[in-house]
Design a protein around this ligand. Structure first.
Ligand SMILES: [Zn+2]
Length: 202
């Protein structure tokens, strides 16, 4: 049996992403420490979660993908598991996604994914490792995967009532972008071809 290694984007119990203190002003959310803030802003001015700790302990398959590594893989279209380039053929790039709910279009067109693509080898092994894929998954080929926004914690504006939204999807171009601490880069998968569905692995 092939030895299975923990996927690149899987977080470990030794890692943390607890956010440093933030300030919220009319112009947006910022880390209270300007040095940390500068470190965590991307070229578009989006504030990203800061990751601490080390990849030790146990892999946490059920948790959200590790923000820093998810972003690296997603922005560069690298395999979520081994960080090699995602597989491509004439139908596009290879994506393996958990089956969501009945509301998903049967053609899996326009799915907004925070899961990066995969290479051929990992597309075979990942469902044995990842509980979400083990419960059933779809294998897609994708011709267009435009970055559309981020998932993260959306802070209320000053004077606004209500709690933070810990899992908001904020699209590029939205005024909310200044008020989110991003944890996951999101792409919209278009011109898709469903290659295979797999039922739950027993
Ligand atoms: Zn791979």
């Amino acid at each position: 049996m092939t030895r299975l290694t923990v996927p690149y984007v899987t977080p470990w119990t030794g890692e943390s992403t607890s956010p440093p203190p933030v300030t919220v002003t009319a112009s947006g959310v910022a880390y209270a420490d300007p040095a940390q803030d500068a470190l965590a802003r991307d070229v578009d001015g989006v504030l990203w979660a800061l990751c601490g700790g080390t990849a030790t302990g146990r892999p946490e398959y059920a948790a959200e993908l590790h923000p820093e590594r998810q972003r690296t893989a997603m922005e560069n279209l690298l395999c979520a598991c081994c960080k090699k380039p995602g597989a491509r053929d004439e139908r596009g790039m290879l994506w393996v996604l958990p089956l969501l709910d009945d509301s998903v279009d049967a053609r899996w067109e326009g799915v907004r994914s925070a899961i990066p693509p995969m290479c051929e080898a990992c597309a075979k092994t990942a469902p044995r490792l990842c509980p979400r894929l083990r419960e059933g998954h779809v294998k897609l080929r994708v011709r267009e995967a435009e970055p559309i926004g981020v998932r993260g914690t959306l802070y209320p504006r000053p004077g606004e009532q209500g709690p933070q939204d810990p899992d908001a999807l904020v699209l590029f171009g939205s005024a909310d972008l200044a008020f989110v601490v991003a944890r996951q880069a999101v792409r919209e998968l278009r011109r898709t071809t469903v290659v295979a569905f797999a039922a739950a692995i027993g």
